[in-house]
Design a protein around this ligand. Structure first.
Ligand SMILES: Nc1nc2c(ncn2[C@@H]2O[C@H](COP(=O)(O)OP(=O)(O)OP(=O)(O)O)[C@@H](O)[C@H]2O)c(=O)[nH]1
Ligand SMILES: [Mg+2]
Length: 322
């Protein structure tokens, strides 16, 4: 193990790939690697790129990586994909869209599923981002489709969140109104070669003008990712966001919130693992069966499960904090 870590720290990409694989499988070895490399993380600028399906996130991510390479910087990319059997094509598509970087040692791309075994954004996404951070990439970009909660969770991991919109779709304005705009640090109007880009920019401006006084106003950037246009402006806007967050104390707040989330989510998975280990498979199957048959509600079943593991839980239930 020490040997792999030493090679990783020396910049060996095969050691990087191996550590990511072990971390993704949530093995004990993976956890040991994470512990060993943690002191080297914390330097990358972590960027989340989110937006609707097909809005051009992968193209934009590839083009932004190209812009950073021109600036002499290195980039790690985590392309997050909803775990659905229908999305394997998308992962393949991501590879193709990012393949211009395939032979570039300054760019590393990893696709992974968004859903953990227990549902919710896979905790391993966070861990894989830390691995890339520790490896020493200047930037780590997380691409994820905006499908509800995902972008909010990505916002917890990323320092700068970029929300990708397209002209002429209309639903983006709806999504923005629904509050997603609160997590955006930079608003991108991609596919600016399509009609309506300037209209969307003014709509977004009008929407931002409604934000309460003193609140952060995300910068709006027009891009045509397929032609590599607007990427220099986007890279500058992302850099300006980092500077702003570092100076305003926002970055420190984000790091605290993220650390808290990490600790609690790992603690939660340790406990769930312990409970699963301690529960005979047939008892769990029986509980699940009763819920499926609607004989018992999931809340009560979960409480029963916890009580089986820790009999004192039932009496102390009243003081449970969630
Ligand atoms: N005209 C035009 N097409 C674009 C632009 N950017 C991306 N596209 C095209 O839009 C389609 C979707 O692009 P992707 O980069 O795969 O979009 P995505 O958001 O990553 O898609 P998913 O990950 O599947 O949600 C592709 O056919 C791209 O070539 C752009 O600026 N202009
Ligand atoms: Mg994509």
């Amino acid at each position: 193990m020490d040997d792999v870590v030493a090679r990783f720290l020396a910049g060996d990409r095969r050691a990087l790939a191996r550590i990511i694989t072990r971390v993704e499988s949530e093995s004990a070895e993976g956890r040991d690697y994470l512990r060993a490399i943690f002191p080297h993380s914390g330097k990358s600028h972590i960027i989340g790129i989110t937006g609707g399906a097909g809005s051009g996130k992968s193209t934009l991510t590839g083009a932004l990586a190209g812009e950073y390479r021109r600036r002499g910087k290195t980039v790690g990319i985590v392309a997050v994909d909803p775990s659905s059997p229908f999305t394997h094509g998308a992962i393949l598509g991501d590879r193709i869209r990012m393949q211009e970087h395939a032979l570039d040692p300054g760019v590393y791309v990893r696709s992974m599923a968004s859903r953990g075994a227990l549902g919710g954004l896979a905790p391993t996404i966070d861990a894989v981002v830390s691995v890339m951070d520790a490896f020493g990439f200047d930037y780590v970009i997380i691409e994820t489709v905006g499908a509800g909660q995902d972008e909010v969770e990505i916002a917890g991991t990323a320092l700068t969140t970029v929300l990708v919109n397209n002209p002429g779709t209309g639903d983006d304005i709806q999504a923005l109104k629904a509050g997603i705009i609160e997590i955006a640090d930079v608003l991108v109007v991609n596919k600016a070669d399509h009609p309506g880009a300037d209209i969307l920019v003014s709509q977004l401006r009008a929407l931002l003008a409604l934000a309460p006084k003193g609140s952060r106003r995300p910068e709006i950037v027009k891009t045509t990712a397929v032609k590599g246009e607007g990427l220099d402006v986007l890279a500058d806007a992302i850099a300006a966001n980092r500077t702003f967050l570092e100076e305003s104390g926002g970055a420190a707040v984000q790091r605290q919130a993220h650390a808290r989330h990490q600790v609690l989510s790992i603690a939660r998975s340790i406990l769930v693992e312990k409970i699963r280990h301690a529960t005979p498979e047939d008892e769990l199957a029986n509980l699940v069966e009763r819920v499926a048959a609607r004989q018992v509600d999931p809340q009560t079943a979960a409480e029963e499960l916890v009580t089986m593991y820790q009999p004192s839980y039932r009496v102390r239930r009243g003081e449970r904090v969630s």
